[in-house]
Write a protein that binds this ligand. Structure first.
Ligand code: NAP
Length: 242
C-alpha cells in the first residue's frame, strides 16, 4: 500500500519510521531537506492524492489554513492532529479517521486509539494495516481519542521523572551513566512487574514494615508525587475535551 504523511515533522517522522519497509511511504513537508528518512519525499500536498492512506500530522492551525488543498476521494484520511474533529476532517473527504499515539509509535510499541466514519470493510482493513505498524490498536469513541492526547504528552512527563530518578542516583554518589542505566531499568522493570502483579501487588512485594521502601513511599505521599503526575496528564488531556 502507498501511504502519504502530510506534515512530516516530529510525529510524522516517527510514524514514517514504523511504516517504511512495510508500506511504500511518501513524506510531505515544505522543507524536504529536513526529512531524514529513506523514502520518497515531496514538498507538495498534491502528491498525497492517489495514495491508499493519507496521514495528516500537520499543526491544527496549518491544517485549517490548508483545507482547500487537502481534498481526497477514495483515499482513507487519518488525522493524528490534536483537537481536530471527525466533522472538521470531512472537509478533506468522506472516508475519515482520527487516531492518537505517542512518539513511541516509531518502535511499534505504542497504544493507538482511533475512531472513523464512512469506512467500508476494505477501507477499514487499509486503515488497520497502517495503524497496527504503530502498536496495539483499539477503536473507541471520538471523545476517548481526544482524551488520549494526554498520554502522548505523558512520555515527556515520564522522561522528566526518569531524569529525576537518575539525579537521585547521582546524589547518592553513583556516576551519572550508571545512575541513568539504573533509573531506566527501574522504569522498564516496573512496567513488567505491574503488568504481572498490578500496582498494589508490586508495592506489597517490595515494601517491608519499617523498611526503606515504606520510607520512600511516605516521602512520595508528603510530596504528593502521584497527585502531580495525575494532574499533569489530566490537564494535558482536558485541553482538547469539548
Ligand atoms: N509531537 C508529538 O509527540 C505529537 C503526539 C501526538 C499528536 N501530535 C500531533 O501531530 C501534529 C504535528 O505535531 P508535531 O509535533 O509533529 O509538529 P511538527 O514537528 O511541527 O510537524 C508539523 C510539520 O508540518 C509541516 N508543514 C507546515 N506547513 C506545511 C504545509 N503547508 N505543507 C506541508 N507540510 C507543512 C512542517 O514542516 P515544513 O515547515 O517543512 O513544511 C512540520 O514539519 C499536531 O497536530 C499534534 O497535535 C504530535
Amino acid at each position: 500500500m502507498k501511504v502519504a504523511i502530510v506534515g512530516c515533522g516530529k510525529l510524522g517522522s516517527a510514524l514514517a519510521r514504523a511504516l517504511i519497509g512495510k508500506h511504500e511511504v511518501i513524506a510531505i513537508r515544505r522543507n524536504t531537506s529536513k526529512i531524514e528518512l529513506e523514502c520518497e519525499k515531496s514538498s507538495s500536498v498534491e502528491d498525497a492524492r492517489g495514495c491508499d492512506v493519507v496521514i495528516l500530522t500537520l499543526k491544527p492551525d496549518v491544517f485549517r489554513r490548508l483545507t482547500g488543498e487537502l481534498k481526497f476521494r477514495d483515499e482513507v484520511v487519518v488525522s493524528f492532529m490534536a483537537g481536530i474533529s471527525l466533522k472538521e476532517l470531512e472537509v478533506c473527504g468522506k472516508k475519515v479517521a482520527k487516531a492518537m499515539t505517542s512518539l513511541s509509535a516509531e518502535f511499534g510499541s505504542s497504544f493507538v486509539t482511533y475512531c472513523c466514519r464512512n469506512l467500508g470493510e476494505e477501507d477499514r482493513e487499509k486503515l488497520l494495516s497502517v495503524l497496527k505498524c504503530f502498536g496495539k490498536v483499539m477503536e473507541v469513541e471520538e471523545k476517548i481519542v481526544d482524551a488520549s492526547i494526554a498520554f502522548s504528552s505523558s512520555v515527556a512527563f515520564i522522561a522528566r521523572l526518569i531524569g529525576a530518578a537518575s539525579f537521585a542516583g547521582v546524589r547518592l554518589g553513583i556516576g551519572s551513566d550508571v545512575a541513568k542505566a539504573l533509573a531506566l531499568s527501574a522504569f522498564s522493570d516496573s512496567i513488567r512487574l505491574v503488568e504481572r502483579n498490578g500496582v498494589e501487588g508490586v508495592v506489597e512485594r517490595v515494601a517491608t514494615p519499617a523498611g526503606a521502601t515504606v520510607e520512600g513511599l511516605a516521602k512520595m505521599m508528603e510530596c504528593k508525587a502521584e497527585w502531580c503526575l495525575q494532574e499533569a496528564i489530566y490537564v494535558a488531556g482536558r485541553k482538547f475535551l469539548k
